[in-house]
Design a protein around this ligand. Structure first.
Ligand code: ADP
Length: 625
């Protein structure tokens, strides 16, 4: 169906493309998956590329657009996302533009004029804009050559971010017959991938699923006890660095944000209850480095293009691993080490479960006839998330296997709490579990975690005396352990579905059928002790980090270059990373170039930026002596 170019032609075109990438972006080498994707792209073949965040998807459509005859159309779901890409391309001297409904008529006219004159290499549009009658057909008449669909998972009901306006992209095949379609996404399991192919009508596409492991992310999971204190410990490891704190509710967002600001952190709140204007300002403040931390609900996401996010904290269990990967995926897009910390308690699972069941019921009451398998599906995803948090298994391995790939790093990942040895199994875990389960049974499965903890620790409370629980055989069995420890174990038992939380009026603990097997000594349990030591450093050991290169890069100079970048970004009204990313600044600080040629040789510096920005950066470097 598609005429594939002969290999020798590909090579010549690929050679030209490499030269252009070096000249325009200062990019010396293609990553293996980029090369594969770009070859298919140049050959006019349909493509689905699943590449983790930071893997370099944009280059796969931007590169071919530089060398191909005709226009490349890019469909993207968010205006902020498009704007940043277009700004970035223009800074590098590429003729790119966008068309959105939010633009002034004047600006739109200018874009249309450039289109008619065939001046543009790339045009970014929203799916809504694409739906306008005759628009695509007109582009085809003007010489449209390829269509890239970014965030393609939005087309799938199975994905975590379904967008109805993406559905109509299914008509592109008919509206632009014979043109190659290229779909890009960071997270898509098998079902979502199949959906993308079917919905877009991709014909014999090359499907590339790049390894999804994010080696530069260090994952940690901790029982949530005192969120404020625990959060501060994380933030202390990241003074002055960028990060996101995800909370479940708007109220919690407001509370945590106020607390952080009171403690002197540069933080801002973001949730769907705020006006569009306030949200936009928050997003910009983060982009422009006026704040370091965004405290947000899941509403904060796709528009973030800051590549130097150094930490992502989840204050509670997210709804599923897709969502978790997407949110943690926003950390470390520059490839440098970043930290992802999840705080949770066993109760999080049950709060979500109740919420999901209730909204299912409400939909039914409203006569919507919700699909019963949808509820089962949501609960299944929630269960997978809980298992991730409560298992004592390498976090990288769990995530990679969840996305259907094989994990084969021998000797562990060196980048999660389990493999870094920050969690130690509690001695005699199974016996410990039996003591706790048995205390729950002896309290007749009518009390909550606080009371059971008191009983196990031999506390002298009214409730215990009234119920006569000081006479139970389990009373004081764990008197040598702290409240925090016992609560953490109870949470883990809930997390492993050995205990369940039930109760109409207030939560009470009951033993599950698998929990009974533990009591009958038919099943072993692993519980872990509280984190043995708070990590002093945020870094794992596999990825380069600002710290690791501190020896060669002059940190003071790096900070000065960052300040210069902020200033230039403000003048040009673009986000700082559009000027240069952290990695490029680090290399400048290490190499200290003295001439425009030496400056041009730094990775990430192309011709246009060397000419435009070189003098200012060279002056800053020279003044460091
Ligand atoms: P994604 O869209 O997959 O999240 P981006 O396209 O935003 O990732 O790329 C992330 C970063 O990696 C950008 O700063 C980009 O310039 C850089 N990058 C992409 N490909 C390469 C490459 N081959 N060599 C060096 N840097 C690259």
């Amino acid at each position: 169906m598609h005429a594939h170019a002969a290999p020798e032609q590909e090579t010549a075109e690929l050679g030209r493309l490499r030269a252009e990438l070096a000249r325009v972006f200062g990019i010396a080498e293609l990553r293996p998956f980029q090369e594969q994707a770009i070859c298919a792209n140049l050959a006019g073949r349909d493509l689905l590329l699943v590449l983790p965040t930071g893997g370099g998807k944009s280059l796969c459509f931007q590169g071919p657009a530089l060398v191909r005859r005709g226009l490349t159309l890019v469909v993207s779901p968010l205006i902020a996302l498009m704007k940043d890409q277009v700004d970035g391309l223009r800074e590098n001297g590429v003729a790119a533009a966008m068309l959105t409904s939010a633009q002034e008529p004047e600006e739109r006219r200018a874009v249309h004029a450039a289109l008619e004159n065939g001046e543009l290499r790339l045009l970014y549009v929203s799916p809504e804009r694409l739906a306008v009658d005759g628009f695509v057909e007109h582009l085809v008449a003007l010489g449209l050559a390829a269509i890239a669909i970014d965030e393609a998972h939005c087309i799938s009901h199975w994905g975590h971010d379904f967008r109805p306006e993406y559905r109509q992209l299914g008509r592109l095949r008919q509206r632009a017959p014979g043109l190659p379609l290229h779909a890009y996404t960071a997270t898509a399991d098998e079902r979502v991938r199949a959906d993308i192919v079917t919905e877009l009508g991709l014909a014999d596409p090359l499907v590339i699923v790049a390894p999804c492991d994010r080696a530069n992310l260090v994952y940690r999971v901790q029982p949530r006890r005192e969120l404020s204190k625990q959060l501060r410990e994380v933030l202390e490891r990241h003074r002055g660095e960028a990060g996101i704190v995800y909370c479940i509710s708007r109220k919690e967002v407001e509370r945590v944000d106020a607390e952080l600001r009171a403690a002197g952190y540069r933080s801002i709140a973001y949730h769907a209850g705020l006006s569009a204007e306030v949200r936009k300002r928050a997003q910009e403040a983060f982009s422009n480095e006026r704040v370091d931390i965004v405290v947000a609900t899941v509403a904060f996401g796709m528009g973030i293009d800051r590549t130097d996010v150094r930490f992502v904290v989840h204050a509670a269990l997210p709804k599923g691993l897709e969502q978790y990967s997407q949110e943690t995926g926003r950390a470390g897009r520059d490839g440098l080490t970043a930290e992802c910390v999840l705080f949770h308690t066993g109760a999080d699972y049950f709060s979500w479960k109740t919420l999901l069941e209730r909204s299912h019921e409400e939909a039914r009451a409203a006569g919507d006839e919700p699909d019963p398998s949808a509820l089962a599906h949501s609960l299944e995803r929630l269960g997978e998330m809980r298992d991730y948090a409560s298992r004592f298994v390498c976090r990288h391995k769990q995530l990679v296997e969840h996305f259907g790939q094989t994990w084969n790093a021998e000797g562990g990942c060196e980048a999660c709490d389990v493999c870094l040895g920050e969690l130690a199994p509690a001695p005699d875990s199974t016996i410990l579990a039996q003591k706790i389960l048995s205390a729950v049974v002896r309290c007749q499965q009518r009390y909550g975690a606080a009371h059971v903890t008191d009983v196990l620790r031999g506390a002298n409370t009214d409730a215990i005396r009234r119920a006569g629980h000081d006479r139970l055989s389990t009373y004081g069995l764990l008197s040598a352990n702290s409240i925090a420890e016992v609560r953490a174990w109870i949470d883990q038992l809930v997390g492993q579905d050995l205990l369940r939380i039930s109760g109409e009026r207030y939560p009470i603990l009951v033993v599950s059928p698998t929990g009974s097997e533990v009591l009958k000594r038919e099943r072993e349990v692993v519980l872990y002790a509280l984190p043995v030591a708070q990590p002093k450093r945020a870094r794992g050991t596999r990825a380069p980090s600002a710290e690791a290169s501190a020896g060669s890069a002059d940190l003071a100079l790096f900070e000065r270059l960052r300040a210069l970048r902020r200033e230039l970004a403000r003048e040009r009204a673009v986000p700082p990373y559009v000027i240069f990313n952290d990695r490029t600044l680090e290399q400048m600080a290490a190499q200290k170039p003295r001439s425009v040629e030496a400056f041009r040789a730094v990775k990430g510096v192309g011709d246009k930026k060397a000419a435009d920005l070189g003098p200012a950066f060279l002056a800053c470097i020279a003044s460091a002596d």
